[in-house]
Design a protein around this ligand. Sequence first.
Ligand SMILES: Cc1cc2nc3c(=O)[nH]c(=O)nc-3n(C[C@H](O)[C@H](O)[C@H](O)COP(=O)(O)OP(=O)(O)OC[C@H]3O[C@@H](n4cnc5c(N)ncnc54)[C@H](O)[C@@H]3O)c2cc1C
Length: 260
Amino acid sequence: MTLISDLFWAYLVAITLLTITPGVDTLLVMRNTGRGGLRDGCVTSVGICSGLFIHATLSALGISLLLVETAWEGFEKGQNLNKVGMKAQDTSELFFQDVKVPADKLLGSMEGQGFFQLMAELPAERLQVGLTAVAAAEAAWEWTLDYVKERKAFGKPVIAFQNTRFKMAEMKAEITAARVFCDRCLELHLEKKLDIPTAAMLKQHTTDLQCKVMDECVQLHGGYGYMWEYPIARAWADSRVQRIYAGTNEIMKEIVARSF
Ligand SMILES: Cc1cc2nc3c(=O)[nH]c(=O)nc-3n(C[C@H](O)[C@H](O)[C@H](O)COP(=O)(O)OP(=O)(O)OC[C@H]3O[C@@H](n4cnc5c(N)ncnc54)[C@H](O)[C@@H]3O)c2cc1C
């Protein structure tokens, strides 16, 4: 059986979950004829450069995951979307119209297993988002430390103001705590013990912190912090989507709240 994680290692794949395509006549047809079809649908996804998508479909048997190749007839990529940040990442709408899907493109051995397949793999995605969040916060903190040591205001370096030192100290403590949580989740992942609520807590906590740290760091850069040529401005813009994709942070809180 092919696992989603195997595919990620083997290929550059995108995963399209946002809209579970309605009106899909795929799977029952696939079983009988060896082929199914994705009727009309549209999703937003990163990875439009990849040639392969994992696409979630819904039928009477539940959610199933299909491997869809971009070269297939009826598949179309929209234009690269004009995002606020993450400018180097390709993100586009993907359109499906009567795409014929061979039966062997069903991921896994049975139809209707998509929900369980996703539940098994999504903690790893959320861990990856959490690790990115903490790494970005650490980098922003370092850039800001360099900046406030160098920049002078009222005849002294900005780091000399108590407010700056306290802000830097607060951020350092919060980032360090988040790093410890991240590393623990990484250990759990390696032991195959990272559960869904813990991964959701990690994603929500670290990405909220990332955005808070970016905002403070922009503030400590003053006006230069708002200029694209300063890495902190780009990191600030890039950070915002971390609370939205891979499941919004509100959904993460729902997941956690349902676990107790
Ligand atoms: C740059 C980028 C890349 C993306 N890449 C991918 C990708 O590769 N693959 C993919 O499948 N998707 C991708 N997405 C889509 C992304 O996962 C969704 O945008 C995200 O899950 C939120 O869904 P939505 O936009 O429909 O928001 P909505 O669901 O419309 O949410 C709107 C607001 O309502 C809140 N809300 C919704 N439901 C609830 C609830 N039950 N309880 C409380 N609050 C709720 C949300 O938290 C949010 O604040 C990408 C999005 C972006 C911006």
